[in-house]
Ligand binder design. Structure first.
Ligand SMILES: Cc1ncc(COP(=O)(O)O)c(C=O)c1O
Length: 390
């Protein structure tokens, strides 16, 4: 199947934007957000989506997703309060952090958030106390994850404990309504989902035999964005997942919590070379955005960002570092690049997920400004910016 083109600025747009605004600059396409949401809806028609806003909580993305009818996966009282301040009702949120703070639970009670996930006994007591009668989903663990980021190392009950935990939740007066899993982030095969669905079906059957009628299955996030030189067919993967959902869970409400797929391809970073040095025979380039900023995903998301230069020449190996006065702030070592100079611009496409979301202001550097592509495009009369995924 033909790969979907996604938002990527052209060279002339990069140059014009850098001329009109200071770098570093993040450019966000809300049209790409909409395309991504509609793609998931079209390929998983049975599913109700909760955008995992931790991936990118930019208010304009939240408003766009809300206007499209999406629900939201929240991880903290801060996220609940942000959505509430935008007028988004608690009924459209799931508190999908298996370990909840008391301020998070209080925010649920205050804002009408009555859906949540859990994976242990202690949590049942906490939920029952602050949010009596809440609709709860038991999160189970996938033991062999092949995901880029394995979220099962930290969360998820052992499969054998699932039924007893659901029963304990029911006994505590909670609405033990279903189960959930997260196969991990950036999953490029159907198998991890199908494996998790096999386990889910077993748990549904066991629960039924014990008189517990489950009605909700939450398949989490994990849907991948294009990566250079990695081939996968997302429509095909989702087609297999969708077929299995129809077959094995015909009368079950299905939810999902996509984060990366919604926002990953929606943002481009324009960054400039601000310093060049030769150290022990290695060329170093210092950029105006770094590990404590948009490139925080190098550490927190283990992501290997693409750097596009518009210069020509024979490639050399170089080290790229951020602007802070801190020696951890090194982005890539031994990266092949054409030789660069101070003032050169670099484009980082598809950097919308787990990047600006985890940026800091360490060393006094402000977080990188984010402008909306559809607004600046009209203002500056720029051409459309789409590139086909490689
Ligand atoms: C509970 C939960 N749901 C959804 C997500 C989003 O995952 P992804 O960005 O891979 O779609 C995460 C990511 O950490 C998560 O912890």
């Amino acid at each position: 199947m033909k790969r979907q083109p996604f938002f990527q600025l052209t060279q002339s747009a990069v140059e014009q934007l850098a001329g009109n605004f200071e770098t570093p600059l993040l450019v966000l396409s809300l049209k790409q957000i909409e395309k991504n949401y509609k793609f998931l809806k079209a390929n998983l028609p049975k599913v109700k989506f909760y955008y995992a806003m931790k991936a990118n909580p930019d208010v304009r993305i939240l408003e766009k997703m809300a206007s499209l009818g999406s629900c939201f996966d929240v991880a903290s009282d801060g996220e609940i309060n942000t959505l509430a301040s935008l007028g988004i009702a608690g009924g459209r949120m799931i508190y999908a952090n298996p370990i909840k703070t008391s301020s998070g639970l209080r925010a649920c009670a205050q804002n009408g958030v009555s859906k949540m996930t859990f994976d242990n006994l202690a949590e049942i007591e906490k939920m029952a106390q602050t949010c009596p009668g809440a609709t709860v989903l038991l999160r189970f663990r996938i033991d062999k994850s092949s995901a880029h980021i394995d979220l099962n190392k930290k969360f998820g009950a052992a499969r054998e404990e699932a039924l007893s935990l659901l029963k304990a939740a029911k006994a505590a007066g909670l609405d033990a309504a279903g189960i959930c899993f997260h196969v991990g982030s950036q999953v490029m095969y159907a198998d991890p989902y199908l494996h998790a669905l096999d386990i889910s079906r077993e748990i549904f059957e066991e629960a039924k035999a014990e008189g517990l009628n489950l009605r909700i299955l939450d398949i989490g996030g994990g849907f991948p964005v294009p990566e250079p030189k990695v081939k996968f067919n997302l429509s095909e993967i989702l087609g297999q997942v969708s077929a299995r959902l129809n077959e094995d869970f015909p009368n079950v409400e299905i939810w999902a919590e996509p984060g990366r797929f919604i926002c990953g391809t929606s943002m481009n970073l324009i960054t400039s070379v601000i310093g060049v040095n030769e150290r022990n025979g290695q060329t170093w380039y210092f950029l105006d955005d770094g590990l404590y900023g948009t490139f925080s995903g190098v550490i927190f998301d283990q992501w290997n960002y693409t750097l596009i230069s518009y210069k020509e020449g024979d490639e050399i190996e170089a080290t790229f570092a951020g602007p802070s006065c801190d020696s951890l702030d090194i982005l890539f070592r031994g990266r092949l690049t054409v030789p660069l100079e101070v003032g050169d611009l670099l484009l980082v496409p598809a950097c919308g997920a787990y990047s600006s979301a985890s940026a800091t202001v360490f060393n006094g550097f402000a977080k990188t400004r984010i402008v909306v592509w559809e607004e600046v495009k009209a203002e500056l009369g720029l051409e459309e910016a789409l590139a086909t995924a490689v």
